[in-house]
Write a protein that binds this ligand. Structure first.
Ligand SMILES: Cc1ncc(COP(=O)(O)O)c(C=O)c1O
Length: 416
């Protein structure tokens, strides 16, 4: 019996999973694009046995790719040793992780939690502890989905159903002029993404970070940088703020530091590290030894294998490959290292991502006209070449479809 004849294959087909999941998953969860069963390096396989090159890495999470031996060993070893102790106690991996984050970031104190949105909640509390009422954030930025982080998120459509949210938050255009106009001595913090990942990987204007540092310092406001997507080596620096040569007051981390194990952190610098007082904040799972040991192993492997430099090298190769594609659809490439956004001349990102998936490549339509790329940091020249081949084919297919559609729309004999 071939696999296509087997009833068990029918039972595990993508459609069947989708239908079953749709019955039980909260309606806020979208239908899965594919149902994945396993991964290895930068490749994953779905229930139908189809192989994909993964250029999304669980949205900038799987820094070491899938099933990396260092990740597997750390989870297994720590699970077999001691997994959880609560905040009444501590374990060596937790202390080691806090020390490692202090060393890598240049910060002073670390609050460990379980996700990006929780790191942002801690950032909100830090800002509130200044005693000042206003928090500035940027339009089109994303900071998470719990209500404090959502209040910071600069996407009105996401906030609207849940208002009233945290008061005192103002969203500014991402220009130095807008910041100069808005900032004052009553501002607790400016919160920003150094590269707007969820918006489709958009750069801030050149010198924005330096100006933001200067203006916040002048007014005694905190500069809080959300490195949840950009951090942990992805941009070709350990943390994106480092490329601007500034020192922030706090950075939020998650995603890539755990390499697939849920974890988040807020790292505070200098005087900001003293703002939270005993009892101000906590978390049952935050600093859990299992998560901490895994993050230690992931960050140590990024250091050992030179993956920050690799992100820079492969990122340059990727950017050149994309800009070299003979496609009229591509307008720009923004971002840095292995967090890149490809701008499209038309709002067809979904079609490009869908076609790429059919051809065996996972990329993400982060905005209607932007494709986000966030592959594992371990990719080599082979994966870049394979990506370029499939992505160019997907673009060409969509361009052909668009040309055919516009030919259909043009009445015969009329000028095109
Ligand atoms: C920049 C940024 N901030 C915050 C978050 C929220 O993180 P999480 O989904 O882990 O809560 C994300 C997630 O995509 C993000 O990209």
């Amino acid at each position: 019996m071939t696999s296509t004849e087997s009833t068990s294959t029918e039972r595990t087909s993508t459609e069947r999973f989708r239908a079953e999941y749709a019955q039980v998953a909260m309606r806020s969860i979208p239908a899965p694009l594919a149902v994945l069963t396993r991964g290895e390096g930068a490749r994953v396989w779905d229930v139908e046995g189809r192989e994909y090159l993964d250029f999304l890495a669980g949205i900038a999470v799987n820094s070491l790719g899938h099933a990396h031996p260092a990740f597997v060993e750390a989870v297994s070893r720590q699970a077999a040793t001691i997994a959880h102790v609560s905040n009444y106690f501590a374990a060596a991996p937790t202390i080691e992780l806090a020390e490692r984050l202090v060393r890598l970031t240049g910060g002073d104190r670390v609050f460990l939690c379980n996700s990006g949105t929780e790191a942002m909640e801690a950032a909100v509390k830090l800002a509130r502890r200044t005693g000042r009422p206003r928090i500035l954030a940027l339009e089109n930025a994303f900071h998470g989905r719990t209500t404090g982080a959502l209040a910071l998120t600069g996407k009105p459509a996401m906030r609207a159903p849940f208002e009233p949210l945290l008061p005192g938050v103002e969203h500014l255009p991402s220009t130095i002029a807008a910041l100069e106009e808005a900032i004052g001595d009553d501002v607790a913090a400016l919160v920003l993404e150094p590269i707007k990942g969820e918006a489709g990987v958009l750069d801030l204007p050149p010198d924005y970070l330096a100006a933001a540092r200067e203006l916040t310092a002048r007014h005694g406001a905190l500069l809080i940088v959300d490195e949840i997507q950009a951090g942990a080596g992805r941009t070709g620096e350990w943390f994106a703020f480092q490329s601007a040569g500034i020192t922030p007051d706090a950075i939020a981390l998650a995603k890539g530091i755990g390499g697939g194990f849920p974890i988040g952190a807020l790292v505070a610098f200098g005087a900001a590290a003293e703002l939270l007082r005993p009892g101000d904040h906590g978390s049952t799972f935050g600093g859990n030894p299992l998560a901490a040991a895994t993050a230690n192993a992931v960050l140590a492997e990024i250091e050992r294998a030179g993956l920050v430099e690799n992100a820079r090298t492969r990122g340059t190769e990727l950017r050149l490959a994309i800009l070299g594609m003979a496609s009229d659809l591509v307008t720009d490439v923004q971002g840095s290292g292995l967090l890149l956004g490809v701008g499209l001349a038309r709002p067809v990102a979904n079609r490009v991502a869908t076609r790429a998936l059919e051809l065996g490549l996972i990329v993400n339509a982060a905005a209607a006209d932007r494709i986000r790329l966030a592959p594992p940091l371990i990719i080599g020249a082979t994966e870049v070449a394979r990506f370029a081949e499939i992505f160019a084919a997907a673009l060409a297919d969509v361009e052909r479809e668009l040309a055919a559609e516009s030919a259909q729309d043009t009445p015969e004999g009329a000028p095109a």
